[in-house]
Structure formats: C-alpha cells, structure tokens
Design a protein around this ligand. Sequence first.
Ligand code: GDP
Length: 372
Amino acid sequence: MFSFFKKKENNDNSDNNGKKEDLDLPSLNNEKEEDQVITNENTLEKKEDLKTEDQTISNGIKEEKSTNNSDEKESQKNFFSRALEKTVSNFSSIIPKKKEIIFFNEIEDVLIEADMEYEVIEQVMEGFENFISRKQLRDRLIPLFANVPKREEENLPKPFVQLIIGVNGAGKTTTIAKLANRYKLKNKKVLLGAGDTFRAAAIEQLSTWASKLDIPIIKTKQGHDASAVAYDTISSGLAKDFDNVIIDTAGRLQTQTNLSHELKKIVKVCSKAQENAPHQKLMILDGTQGNSAIAQAKAFHEMIGIDGIIVTKLDGTAKGGALFSIASQLKLPILYVGIGEKATDLIEFSADAFVDSLLDGIYLKDLEVNKT
Ligand code: GDP
C-alpha cells in the first residue's frame, strides 16, 4: 500500500513561498501530482525483510548505546581490523613476521603496497634513520588525518541537509541508506530525496532502500529536474519537522559541464529552500579505486566544494593506504567508511583505529613487545 503526501502540502511552508518563482525553478506544480510524491511502501514481504534488518539494527543500537568508552574504541578497532584484512594480508610478503622495529626500506615497501601515494610516502619517511619503531611511524601517520573534524551533533540546523555526490557505482545509494539507517537508529526523522533523476535505476534503487528501512522518500520521474526534487525534499523536511534530509545527485550526465551546472544549481536551490542548506556536501569515493579516486574528488571539489569524504568498499580492497593520500591531498576529513553492503556496514572514521589496525599487521603490539 502506498501513502501519498501530495506535493502541494510540501509547498505550504510559508517561508518558501514565492522563492521558486524568483529562481525560475522548473516548478513541479506543472507536473502531474503523482509525478512527485513522498512514498513509503510497506508490503508484508518487505516487513519480513525488515525482521532480519531489525536484528542487525538492534545490534547496532547496542553498539551506539554502549556507555563504556574503551569498549567502544575496541569494537571500532575490530571493525577497522576486519575492513583492512585485504590490505594487511599483502604486507606478509614484505614482512613475514611482526617485529618491534622495522627497516626503512621495508616500511617504504609496505606503504607502496598499501597504495599510499609516493609523495605522501616521502613526507612520512623524511628524516627517518635505518630502523623505525611503531611509535615513530604512528606519529607520522596520524597527522595525515589532521582534517578529521570534531563532529558536533548538538545544535544542528533542522532539518540537517546533506547532499551526496559521487560517480556512478561509487556506492552513493548504498551509503545514503546506511546514513539514513544510522540517523534512524538515533531516533531521528529522516527524509530522502531521489535527486539522481538522470537514471531511472537510481530512483528505483533508492526507493527500494527507503521502503526496506521504512523511511519516506521524495521522488519524481526520470528526466525531471533534480533541483526541484531537492527543493521539495527540503521544503517537506521543514514543513513536517524532519531532523535529517539526505539528497542523492547524479553521478554522470551527458557531459561534465552539464553535471557541473546541475550540481551548482542544486546547491543554489537548496539554499533557497532553507538557509545555509545543504549543510554538508559529502563526496562518496570507491575505496577499491585507491589513489585514482583523488582526481575524481578534486574535480567535484572544484565544482561545488566538498565538506567531507565517505570511502566505500574498504572491506573489498587491498588499497586501504590510499585513505592517507585521500585525506592529506584533498585536505578534507574522511567522515565514514563503508565496510560491506548491509545498511549497518558504515563506521565512523577514526584515525587512531585505522592507523593502529594497519600497524598491527607489521609491528608487534605493545603488550607483545613487553613479553619478548
Ligand atoms: P551508486 O551507483 O554510486 O549509487 O552505487 P551503489 O550504492 O549502487 O553501489 C554499487 C555497488 O557497490 C553495489 O553492489 C553495492 O552493494 C556495493 N557497495 C556499496 N558500498 C559498499 C561497501 O562498503 N562494501 C562493499 N563490499 N560493497 C559496497
């Protein structure tokens, strides 16, 4: 069964009246009412699906609500260790047995193997003597993530609007679902906007996730104006008191110039719908691409300015070291990493947990050192 909240209601928000005309927006008023709807579909079959999802979600809640700080840190470390398994497994051909101190050339080879850019490797290794301790290397690696911000979850604008950017296949849709699930677990009211109107499959795929997670979505037909979807999603978010609005965007249009124009327009339209929106422009990067993702991110950053990065598919790559280059070259924070295909497979990035998991692959842990 579908429940429809017709678009007209979305535009009842008096703050926004008139602004559409000023902007010469391709108003959805001219479109058939059913073209643009908030849908929320719950079939019996999907509720069954949710049971399994609920199971995972309830585990997620347990994780979120854990009051023990060291437990939380430990479980985050475990997530990173698992996600970096492929990256770390390659180190054993260079350093078969973990050590207390490691030869310069071996460290260099490990960093190359992990797909860290050579420029960054030079920066890390500069001034080191022949042998390097775990602490020495750690002290050089952690600052590469200097742009990781302290997130303030208090006093966020309502709704908090996030625009999700990235090329097709990077994991945009899945990551939107993961973020939405994360906010929902924190009892936030979440609304999605299917802004990749270039691909019918993108609208469909996001709708499927929305339905599975029982989260409403604003969508239109393929080929319709994406900025109008963004506008209506934010207007509806304001009118219906949503906490989080997450808007998808196209990853590809006929030309790069078209894409640039479309993204710029969406950003502008978002700010007309709500002051300072979008509050975060997040770039989704496919972790399996390693360093080649950097050029991609730079192009989008030049177009509209990116506020943060989410790296997907860390579980499926041996190129985990590329995160160092991504963060330091782009001078942007990595906010989350994707570690699987499920809605719960998104973890907050932690420089400490990430670096320690990598170092565990080559160095003895402090405890092990004391034992020897
Ligand atoms: P989009 O085209 O950017 O929207 O990409 P999708 O969200 O459709 O993702 C492309 C593929 O990557 C899908 O098969 C996803 O299940 C998969 N995927 C996305 N994120 C992850 C991740 O963190 N780990 C793994 N292993 N697969 C992922």
